[in-house]
Design a protein around this ligand. Structure first.
Ligand SMILES: *Cc1c(COP(=O)(O)O)cnc(C)c1O
Length: 383
């Protein structure tokens, strides 16, 4: 018997908060098709070796599941600090690291700690759609400042917007989703300098650089981790969901000053990171080298896909393709992008309708998956 049939004659409306009334839950379609190229996952599953380590570590954690986990996940913060030192050459202490169930939760912690009523967050669009939801969920006002037509940020316009709107939190995504565009360290520095001039009760605005795709950046591009020692109001977020091939493990993290991290500790729920999550992430980090070797393959595949798309003529013009430092490629423009998306889906290839009208985003997968995508696109567009 369903609940509803028992509730006859009762008022069925719920007192939903006005800010979320009528909103649909966020999420890309999860369709069971042969080629899933829509959520920027790593196409390579864990190797048998990695699975074995994860199993061993989770088994060890299972024996202690009657106890709450280490609330401060000290071992994992050390692992993450070691990984960042190896990946980007920036040596941080465990106290500079924070983590949660995906970087999505880290962002919520940031706005719970620094946003809230009477405060605002700023992003540069097109941007990852979740930022506005974090703002909505934390009762933080939200400002979207458009990027240029080539998806770069106009630094002067950004500085003006920051001065006029005085946001408390500025999100910079580099490489950006859905466009793939990376910011140079000089660009991050310029925006953080503008943020440093904002006065919020005597404190500067904070800048959060979302580096979810950092490991895919092209040779020579820096990480904002290198700027942490210059700016106390800067934080960098990363995730194990993309390059690390651990989307199902739910582990995102942040690097910032100890004071910044201590502020996030105030708003987190107690024991938010389960013993199982901590064990899985710890195990995966032991195999960072294996996992990252696949990143090189994906970058090569990405660069080949960008070149291939640019060489295609559609309706008398070359396809437009944004430069990508990520594991996806943003391309267009189509009069009816939904029709193109649907045409690919009908051939078993699921990509993403994202960002401005006319553009589509495809995740870089295995060579086989890329072949399937290209064949489907050729057929759909008559290339
Ligand atoms: C995928 C993605 C994330 C990561 O989310 P998780 O919660 O760590 O899985 C964060 N930011 C951007 C821009 C992303 O595209």
């Amino acid at each position: 018997m369903s609940l509803e049939s028992n509730q006859n004659g009762k008022r069925t409306a719920l007192p939903v908060r006005p800010g979320i009334a009528g909103d649909a839950p966020y999420g890309a379609p999860q369709l069971d098709v042969p080629y899933q190229l829509n959520t920027n996952e790593n196409p390579y599953g864990p190797t048998p070796e990695v699975i074995e380590t994860i199993t061993r570590e989770v088994t060890a954690a299972a024996a202690g599941l009657n106890r709450y986990p280490d609330r401060d996940f000290t071992r994992l913060r050390g692992d993450l600090a070691d990984y960042l030192a190896k990946e980007s050459g920036v040596r941080l202490a465990p106290d500079n690291i924070w983590a949660a169930n995906g970087s999505n939760e880290v962002m919520i912690h940031i706005l719970q700690a620094f946003g809230g009523p009477g405060r605002s967050a700023m992003v540069f669009t097109p941007a990852y759609a979740m930022y506005s939801e974090y703002a909505r969920d934390t009762l933080t006002d939200f400002h979207a400042v458009p990027r240029r037509a080539d998806f770069s940020i106009d630094l002067e316009a950004a500085a003006r917007a920051i001065e006029e709107l005085a946001p408390t939190v500025i999100f910079l995504t580099s490489p950006n989703n859905p466009t793939g565009t990376a910011l140079t360290l000089d660009e991050v520095r310029a925006i953080t300098t503008a943020a440093s001039r904002v006065d919020i009760g005597g404190a500067p605005a904070i800048v959060v650089v979302d580096e979810a795709y950092a490991e895919f950046r092209r040779e020579g591009a820096g990480s904002a981790l290198e700027l942490l020692s210059e700016f106390p109001n800067l934080a960098v977020t990363r995730t194990m969901s993309k390059a690390f091939a651990l989307a199902g493990g739910r582990l995102g993290y942040l690097a910032a000053s100890e004071q910044f991290v201590d502020t996030l500790r105030v708003v987190r729920l107690p024991y938010h990171l389960s013993s199982v999550t901590q064990a899985v992430a710890h195990a995966a980090l032991m195999h960072a080298d294996v996992l990252l070797s696949q990143v090189a393959t994906i970058r090569t595949e990405r660069d080949a896909l960008v070149s291939w798309l640019r060489s295609q003529t559609y309706q008398g013009k070359s396809l437009e393709v944004a430069d990508s430092d990520a594991n996806f490629v943003f391309f267009g423009r189509f009069e009816d992008r939904h029709a193109v998306w649907q045409g690919l889906l009908d051939q078993g290839v699921l990509i993403r309708e994202s960002g401005p009208e006319g553009w589509l985003r495809v995740t870089v997968g295995t060579p086989t998956e890329m072949e399937a995508f290209k064949n489907a696109l050729v057929k759909e567009l008559g290339l």
